[in-house]
Every structure is written in structure tokens, then in C-alpha cells.
Design a protein around this ligand. Structure first.
Ligand SMILES: *Cc1c(COP(=O)(O)O)cnc(C)c1O
Length: 374
């Protein structure tokens, strides 16, 4: 039996609740499927738990980034500094607004944008910095926030993967002018579909994002600005409200699994397998990612022992055909390029049993031992 990368029974315990919600909302007299009182309650629950000025639920994490950048009036002629390694929305959201993503190299161990590289990428056209938290580690927000302040730029925190993470006592999502969450199934507070949220400490920005997510509508069928359809689903709002109290426990399970892996794998560093750094501060446990010098061999070894694994981002963003036009010729991003060749994620979802976690760890250790003997 292969241990799957994602838990197929992630929502099994909530099945009745979800089916009942579909029926209840589907047959209610007001026939309100989007942006109703459940969405408002869900936003308020997140807002209070974070101590934010506003939380605006929307259709995806990608859309949340777009709404924030649009609300900040990022557009043609503007540059936004983003990590050279990460997911496509980091560059797509900027490019689709007509602005230019400028790629900064990453830290070779934590895989998040290197603050020094971000600062070096700043020009007179830079409007915002947009660091992203990665698989297990949050970006260095204290330093990046300092850089944004010093240069008078906006700070967008791509915290799509880091909901529940805390760095120096400050929750992920609340470090910048705005942060975002994604509720797509794979994320820490994933759901049975698509969704996202904008988190902000700036009530004015929150209000602008609210109008932008619903076509720029100020009052019913009155449009003050051009906007988007990025509304949130009532069934999922109610479902996420139901799942919210269990979130800390699921996150804690992920953290414990990650802690165990790191303990087992730290001695493997000089045998070509490097785990994320230990500790709890600024960690997010979205995905547990190793750096393996012989990634394909490790992948095959794990597959042969019934352990699913994933390669996230086989190419750095500036090497993707879609974003090549934003990659100045002759520039390279050596750490992003190296990580893209070595990154391998192993299962860390909260439904893994202790026996499965041990089996996965054993398989990785066995691989590293075999390498040493060669
Ligand atoms: C998942 C993700 C997004 C996008 O979220 P979606 O809900 O899938 O649109 C943005 N940024 C990062 C870093 C992500 O991992």
C-alpha cells in the first residue's frame, strides 16, 4: 500500500456536515450562494483570531493577490519584487496587471526570498515587495518589512501556504500592508474546493478589496471602479467555520510530524539529504521539503517503498517560458536553480499514522545510508 501524498479521507469526518450544508443553503428561501451572512461570519472569525483590521474572503489565493495589487494601484510601468523560486501566481498576478515581476534569488536552505537580494532588486520603479512563505519556513519578514519601510514601498505578504504560522509572535498574513490565504485543498486550512482571503491591517485597503472582489460594485448595481468576480461561496464559508476549531490541532499534528522528520534527517546532511531547519518559530508545515543531491534516485527509492513524493517547481520562475520576458539576459539565480534541481516533498498531512511517519522516515534514512556506502 502506497502512502499517498494527500489524505484522501481529509474531509471524511465532516461528510454529513458538508452534505447537510449543501441541502440547507440550496433550499433556503433567500437562495444566497455567495457573499452571504456565512461568509461575513467566516471573515469575522478569521479577523478576530488574527487581530487584523479586515479579512475579505474571495475566490482563491491567486485572486487575493490580484485584488491586493490592484487595490495598491500596481500597473504598467511598476515593478514588484518577487522570489525567483515559487509558484506561478507570484509572477502571474503582477504580469496580468501590466506590471513587471522582478525576481530575487532565495536562501539556499529555507528556499524563501533572500532579503538582501530583494533589496538589490529595488529600482525607482519598484512599487511593492512580495515575499512568499515557502513549504516549511516563513520569509524573513522583520528584515523585509524594514526594507519596505526604508524605501517607502508597499509590502504584500504571500502567506497563501502559511495560515496558522507565527513568526516572533506575529501571525502569518499580518506582517505586510496585506497578506493572503488560500483555501485550496492542499494548503494548511484547505477546503473541499477553491477559496482565498485577503488579510489587512489597513481598513481603507480592505474596503477597496471588498468592492473589487464584486465587480467594483459600491451599491447594488452601481460601479465605482472596474473590478473582478472573486466572490466567496456560502457552502464553503459555513464548512470552513465548522472546520476552524479543529485547525490548531491539525496544524499541531503536522508540526509534530515535521519535527520528527527533522530530528531523523538532520544527521543526513553530509550524505546529500538536507531537511529544513529545526524549531517552531516562523514555521508553517504546508509541505515537508527535503533538498536531495540525488533527487530522482531518492524519488525512485521512496516510490519502490510505497511512499509518494512531489517535486514542487522543477524550474525557477524566471526560467519558465511564461516569464522568460521578465528575465534579463545574462542574469542567473543560482540558489533558485540549485533548489529546483534538488527539492523533494514527502507526505506531512495530519492523517498520517505514527507507523506511516516512521516508515517514511526509515525509507529516507535507508536511502541516505546506501549513498554513503557507495
Ligand atoms: C497556493 C499558492 C497561491 C495561490 O493560491 P490559490 O488558492 O491556489 O490560487 C499563491 N501563492 C503561493 C505561495 C501558493 O502556494
Amino acid at each position: 500500500m502506497t502512502i499517498p501524498f494527500f489524505a484522501p479521507d481529509l474531509f471524511e469526518a465532516d461528510r454529513e456536515v458538508l452534505l447537510d450544508l449543501v441541502h440547507e443553503i440550496g433550499t433556503a428561501p433567500d437562495q444566497k450562494f455567495i457573499l452571504g451572512e456565512r461568509t461575513a461570519r467566516f471573515e469575522e472569525a478569521l479577523r478576530t483570531s488574527l487581530g487584523a483590521a479586515d479579512v475579505v474572503a474571495c475566490s482563491s489565493g491567486t485572486s487575493a493577490l490580484t485584488l491586493v495589487l490592484h487595490a495598491m494601484e500596481v500597473g504598467p510601468g511598476d515593478e514588484v519584487v518577487v522570489p525567483a523560486y515559487g509558484c506561478a501566481p507570484l509572477a502571474n498576478t503582477v504580469a496580468n496587471l501590466g506590471a513587471t515581476p522582478v525576481f530575487a534569488d532565495i536562501d539556499p536552505l529555507t528556499m524563501v526570498a533572500d532579503p538582501e537580494q530583494m533589496e538589490q532588486a529595488v529600482t525607482g520603479r519598484t512599487r511593492a515587495l512580495m515575499p512568499a512563505h515557502m513549504f516549511s519556513v516563513m520569509a524573513d519578514m522583520p528584515r523585509i518589512r524594514e526594507i519596505a519601510r526604508r524605501h517607502g514601498m508597499r509590502l504584500v505578504e504571500d502567506s497563501a501556504v502559511a495560515q496558522g504560522g507565527v513568526l516572533d509572535g506575529i501571525p502569518a498574513g499580518t506582517w505586510g500592508d496585506a497578506g493572503v490565504f488560500s483555501f485550496v485543498q492542499v494548503k494548511t486550512f484547505g477546503t473541499a474546493g477553491e477559496g482565498g482571503a485577503v488579510v489587512t491591517m489597513d481598513p481603507g485597503l480592505g474596503q477597496t478589496v471588498r468592492t473589487l472582489r464584486n465587480h467594483g460594485q459600491d451599491a447594488r448595481f452601481v460601479y465605482g471602479r472596474t473590478g473582478y468576480n472573486s466572490r466567496f461561496d456560502e457552502v464553503l464559508a459555513a464548512f470552513q467555520l465548522h472546520r476552524l476549531p479543529g485547525f490548531p490541532e491539525r496544524l499541531e499534528r503536522r508540526a509534530r510530524i515535521a519535527g520528527y522528520y527533522t530530528e531523523r534527517f538532520t544527521p543526513l546532511r553530509d550524505r546529500g539529504v538536507t531537511p529544513p531547519p529545526p524549531g517552531r518559530n516562523g514555521r508553517c508545515y504546508y509541505v515537508y521539503s527535503l533538498l536531495a543531491d540525488e533527487r530522482e534516485a531518492l524519488r525512485e527509492h521512496l516510490a519502490a517503498r510505497g511512499v509518494a513524493s512531489h517535486v514542487h517547481y522543477p524550474l525557477p520562475l524566471p526560467h519558465q517560458p511564461a516569464f522568460a520576458r521578465f528575465a534579463p539576459s545574462g542574469r542567473s539565480w543560482p540558489h533558485a536553480e540549485s533548489v529546483a534541481r534538488r527539492q523533494l516533498a514527502i507526505p506531512v498531512h495530519p492523517h498520517l499514522t505514527d507507523a506511516e511517519v516512521e516508515r517514511i522516515a526509515d525509507a529516507v534514512c535507508e536511502f541516505a545510508a546506501g549513498r554513503r556506502d557507495r
